[in-house]
Write a protein that binds this ligand. Sequence first.
Ligand code: ZN
Length: 212
Amino acid sequence: MRKLIDGIQRFQQDVVPTEKQLFEELANGQHPVALFITCSDSRVDPNLVTQTKPGEIFVLRTAGNIVPPYDALHSGEAATIEYAVKVLKVPDIIVCGHSHCGAVAGLLKPASIETLPAVRDVLKYADKTALVMREEFGDVTEPAERLTVGVQQNVLNQIENLRTHPSVAEALDAKALEIHGWVYAFESGVVTTYDPSSKRFVDVAEGAKPAF
Ligand SMILES: [Zn+2]
C-alpha cells in the first residue's frame, strides 16, 4: 500500500498542478473518442499504449476482455457498453486482447483453472474461441503460437458477443459506430488489428480496419 499512497502524493504535488486546466474542464463532462474493452491484466495500460489522457477513452476491463452477450442480463459490462454507445455516443469500440493472457491460457488448458469457479464461469462466454481453436487451429500445437492465435480468436469471439447488445447493433445499423479487434503485445509494444479483407491481424499502423 505504501507504494500507492506515495504515488498519490507525487501525483498531487507534480501532476495535478500541471494538468489543472484539463482536470477542471473534465468536471463539465466527458467526450471519449472510443470505448476500449480490454483485459484486467496489470501489464496492459490502455492510456499508456494509446497515449491518451483522462477523458479520452472510456475503458471496460474484464478477465480475458470477455464481453458477456446481452442475454447474460444485468451484467456490469452491459451497463458500461450501453452507456458508452447510447449516452456518450462513442464512434468506435476497440476490443483489445493481449500477449500472454492468463484467461485465454486457461481457456486453452481447462485443467489450469479447475480451482477457479468464477473464472470458469465467465469463460463460458468464450466457448466459441475454444471450439474454433479445436476445429480450425488443431494443427497449431506450439504452445506460444497456440496462445497467440487463441488471443486473436477470442477477440473475434468477443466482438460477436458485443454485437448482441441492442445499443451496439442499432449504432452499427445507423453507421454511427465501428468495431475494431486489436491485440497488444506488451513485451514489444506492437499492436495489431484484425483486417476483415485478409482475415489476418496486421500492424495497426496500416490504419483503421473496422471489423464491421
Ligand atoms: Zn489477459
